[in-house]
Design a protein around this ligand. Structure first.
Ligand code: PHE
Length: 487
């Protein structure tokens, strides 16, 4: 059967950028920057982008396009047993998308609340009590929140109808969902930087703190954010590139995608921190305190900041439409990664059905994050899957490509099809430097997590939602490799 194709090169780029640019840029990046002291985070982030992000994206595009298969088949083509790396990648992606869709579901609820600024003045109490019904600790699961589940169903329906026809329908959707949030972001940026006090927020965001660079944790956070934001080690970029013709340019697409993605994160940082500067001026609370609110930044601090701005409901509506449209093309890219893998192996199943199963499973997996303790579970799962799952799979990917397939072979192929030629430095990065950095950060991360429980959560919770979840991902992949043998 003929492989599906993107209708044009531009649509491929839109889809890849759409996958990369997501809530990670506007929700995750600013809260990490806030947590690690603003400017202190930007430097490791940019270094990691150059040393790891761009070279890895080139690698994923190249391997997908060369093999013309999704993640499992692509690695399986190198050596049958390596197919399990592809399986690990889509499993990690699946875990991420199951909670990512829940964050989108909150955004959808907030979109409705925006019209009346329903959160009032105490946005923290509103988010924790009225929206999440957050229980008093990770040990109390409480019930499933009906509005969240309802909203989650809508999100999954939106995702499903974006992908049900595979690459064809994705192409039609990304034409809107890629540029629209970028335009909204620019509107919010202009609003943010023209507010009084904006400068204070921006200074906090840009002022480097060189002492913080000595902390391994900042580097690990920057590295895992690079994986998350460029959708690396999810099997997505491999699947997307597999629908390109074998002779399509690789290096340029990877550079455009990475630069567009990071620029949007940086711009989002300006929009968020300038608004926080304004809020700090009005409330007297320092920017550093406002910024350090973690995953709830977009749902506690930002709604509050927005309600202080003139014509508040308008900007609040724009902000949440932006979050949802940002999220949607990332969420469905993951569904595409999984359905590509399934479709490669079982071409007789209809694409629509494959996508439906993935969406239904994604929804079911998300139910746990929709309980009254959902935010705790989400926080722990996110920490473990991004720091160890994605990074671990990334490490296996570079070893497979660098050492077994041989980096030089892939580099030759990349240079045959690309206008921008990649030097030998790329081989060195893939074979030595990236694996060393990843191993180092994995080991120091695990050591840190064992020594001090993440965010003070009880050990059993970290064990269940962190270590056990990771063990499940890696064990399933390992068992799969036992059954894959070269003929
Ligand atoms: N790159 C996305 C982002 O930054 C992350 C993501 C990709 C999430 C795929 C889910 C699925 O938001």
């Amino acid at each position: 059967m003929e492989r599906s194709r993107w209708s044009s090169k531009l649509i491929f780029l839109f889809a890849a950028i759409g996958s990369a640019v997501g809530m990670g840029n506007v929700w995750r990046f600013p809260y990490l920057a806030g947590k690690y002291g603003g400017g202190a985070f930007l430097i490791p982030y940019l270094i990691m982008l150059g040393v790891m992000g761009i070279p890895l994206l080139i690698m994923e595009f190249a391997i997908g396009q060369k093999m013309q298969l999704g993640a499992v088949g692509a690695f399986g083509n190198i050596k049958k047993k390596l197919a399990s790396i592809g399986l690990g990648a889509v499993l990690c992606g699946f875990v991420v998308v199951s909670y990512y869709a829940v964050v989108m579901a909150w955004s959808l609820m907030y979109l409705v609340y925006s019209f009346t600024l329903k959160w009032g003045t105490d946005t923290k109490a509103f988010f924790f009590n009225d929206v999440l019904h957050l229980s008093n600790g990770v040990g109390t699961m409480g019930y499933i929140s009906v509005p969240i589940i309802f909203s989650l169903i809508i999100i999954w329906l939106l995702v499903y109808f974006s992908v049900w026809k595979g690459v064809k329908s994705v192409g039609n959707v990304v034409i809107v969902t890629m540029p629209l949030p970028v335009i909204l972001l620019i509107v919010l940026l202009i609003r943010g930087i023209t507010l009084p006090g904006a400068m204070n927020g921006i200074i906090f965001y840009l002022k480097p703190n060189f002492i913080a660079l000595l902390d391994f944790e900042v580097w690990s956070a920057a590295m895992s954010q690079i994986f998350f934001t460029l959708t690396l080690a999810f099997g997505v970029m491999i699947a997307y590139a597999s629908f390109q013709h074998e002779s399509s340019d690789i290096a340029k697409s990877a550079i455009i995608t990475s630069v567009a993605d990071s620029s949007i994160s940086i711009v989002a940082g300006f929009a968020v921190f300038s608004t926080l500067g304004y809020m700090s001026l009005k409330s007297g609370v320092p920017v550093s305190e406002l910024a350090a609110s973690g995953p709830s930044l977009a749902f506690i601090v930002f709604p509050k900041a927005l309600s202080l701005v003139p014509m508040a409901p308008l900007f609040a509506v724009l902000f949440f439409i932006m979050l949802i449209t940002l999220g949607i093309d990332s969420a469905f890219s993951l569904v595409e990664a999984v359905s590509t893998v399934l479709h490669d192996n079982y071409p007789e199943i209809r694409r629509e059905d494959v996508s439906m199963y993935v969406c239904v499973f994604g929804f079911i997996a998300g139910i746990i994050f929709s309980t009254f303790a959902g935010l705790y579970y989400l926080d722990i799962t996110d920490h473990f899957i991004t720091n160890y799952g994605l990074v671990g799979i990334g490490l296996l990917e570079v070893i497979a490509v660098g050492w077994i397939y041989k980096a030089e072979n892939l580099r030759k192929y990349i240079n045959e099809v690309s206008d921008i030629k990649i030097g030998k430095w790329w081989n060195i990065l893939i074979k030595f430097i990236i694996p060393v950095i990843l191993s180092l950060l994995l080991v120091t991360g695990i050591y840190r997590d064992i020594k001090t429980p993440y965010e003070g959560y009880p050990q059993w919770a970290l064990f269940t939602f962190g270590w056990l979840m990771l063990a499940a991902v890696f064990t399933i992949s390992y068992i799969f490799s036992l059954f894959s043998n070269d003929k």
